[in-house]
Design a protein around this ligand. Sequence first.
Ligand code: MG
Length: 370
Amino acid sequence: MKIARITVYQITLPLEHPYRLSGGRLLFEKLDSTIVKIQTNEDAVGWGEACPWGSTYLPAFGKGVRAGIEEIAPQLIGQDPCKLDVINRVMDRALPAHPYVKSALDIACWDILGKTTGFALCDLLGGRRDEPVGLHSSIPTGTPDEMVKSVDAARAKGYRVHSCKVGGSDVYADIKRIKILTDKFGQCDELTFDANRAWLSDEAIQVMNATASFSAYFEQPCETFDECLTVRRLTRQPMILDECIHIFQDVVRAHQEHACQVISIKLNRLGGLTKARRIRDFCVTMGLRTIIEDTGGSVLADTAAVHLAQSTPITHHRATWLCHDMITVDIAPGQGARNTAGVTAAPFEPGIGVEPDVQVLGEPVAIFGG
Ligand code: MG
């Protein structure tokens, strides 16, 4: 089987509510998503999605995805989509680095592998676990009152794990936010305080040590791996690394240096399911817990990530975020992994189990191949 055609769609995904990260420095109202359809000479069809969380969150942006696909797609025409490691080597040769460009293509090839073999992706990725996939909410930063309201709204949808965004320039305001949220929800729910790299190490150390008696995880306190490592060595709460993890070697180093207890595996940041699965397997082997999700997107991107989570031992999986639960456009109504009272499950259909409605996607922005 060979890849015969790659069709690229662009879709704007409006957020239900404007979203602020880390002390209000980044505001998001909509996401620029790229969806690819790969067709083979045997009429198999696979779908994938790449949706950076805006252009200011990571070194990734929507137009960059499509520009990168323009470089890579011609090299994939004629390749067997079921040979995922070969596909990834071809992509890495065509365009070194730029993992966020490759995730939609990689995911679409996995979709074809599943449909061709008759397996749901979670079964190809290691096997469906019995337990459902636990979800966490994403709570934008704001005043303590605003954040309490957001957590209450998430609780009404069933969420019991919350990723609360903190990290302003005022250390004492952050300590207050964390104290109020922990007092109110710390006994009944699980809390993560995610600074999205907004703190310098001295600020992170002050905030974390002032809240050391609270039961909470802290995520990506500072910009770089080394700054986070400094914080790790001078604090005691469980720490999650997210934005500074780009390649497999970063996770190996995190393990060797005891830099964190949890790795956030985001498909788009890492380049798709092939590379995310390798990191997941390393984490499970080495005793690191995981968060498994995508950087953003519709139910298509979310469901691909849920398949990886569904095949990860529950002991090594903290939570998964469903971006589409915050988006007002639905590209595949009734399909894919949805929030059911704070948990979800990977579909049982072969492949990803999401077939986007092409009427919603609109006209393609690029077509490669015949
Ligand atoms: Mg994060």
